[in-house]
Design a protein around this ligand. Structure first.
Ligand code: PRP
Length: 211
């Protein structure tokens, strides 16, 4: 067991945009995350270490208390089942939109529409609110291929610049939710390690205010 606070960070774009925040907080990882094969990495703050893991694993580590804090996209958090985690801060990084998209209006097949997405829960909620019955097909990436191959009529996916939609001849149809990265905390850790965690949360708050 360690007394250090463990911060779980999603790999990829979230990590890239989190590093400048950590540097501003005096909490930069002491090893080059692009090079090291280590999975648990100390930071310049002797009380804090980081783990860099798949986006979908971040909430799991935090829910079970294996990580005290985590940084994950709202898209992932909206899919979460279960308890044990508080969303404490919107970090305002990695902003994008969860969108419904498809081929040009009118080119969808008749009957019940099929929708490809990694975000099954968000898509189900969205279509339920619309009072529409659709068939949702879970994919783990490259959702844009759904309408291109005839697998589905529509997709529910993240859109940032819109380049991927345009490059694949798809059109945005509806804006479902605004997405950004959130700082989350394990509920039990927040109680047991209140002072230490609040100090780190305040540092995050100050760092994002400076952006
Ligand atoms: C995400 C998303 C879109 C793309 C949107 O994919 O799923 O495909 O980025 O960005 P844009 O609007 O700027 O083109 P990502 O590269 O994360 O890979 P994924 O398909 O595996 O989710």
């Amino acid at each position: 067991m360690t007394d250090k606070i463990t911060l779980a960070i999603s790999k990829g774009r979230i990590l890239k945009e989190t590093i400048p925040l950590l540097e501003r907080m005096g909490m930069a990882p002491v090893e080059d995350l692009g090079k090291t094969r280590k999975l648990l990495i100390d930071t310049e703050n002797p009380d804090v270490r980081v783990v860099v893991i798949r986006a979908t694993d971040v909430p799991t580590y935090v829910q079970y208390g294996a990580a005290d804090l985590g940084i994950a996209g709202k898209d992932i958090l909206m899919e979460l089942e279960g308890d044990g985690l508080y969303e404490v801060l919107d970090l305002g990084i990695c902003k994008c939109r969860l969108m419904l998209a498809g081929k040009q209006a009118g080119t969808q097949s008749g009957g019940r529409l099929r929708v490809a997405t990694k975000y099954v829960k968000s898509a189900q909620q969205y279509f339920a609110q619309q009072g529409k019955q659709v068939e949702i097909i879970k994919l783990y990436g490259s959702m844009e291929l759904g309408p291109l191959t005839g697998l589905t009529d529509l997709i529910v996916d993240l859109v940032d610049t819109g380049n991927t939609l345009r490059a694949n001849g798809l059109q945005p149809i509806d804006h479902i939710a605004d997405i950004s990265s959130r700082l989350v905390a394990n509920k039990a850790s927040l109680k047991v390690r209140f002072d230490t965690l609040q100090a780190v949360i305040s540092q995050f708050r100050n760092a994002i205010a400076e952006i």
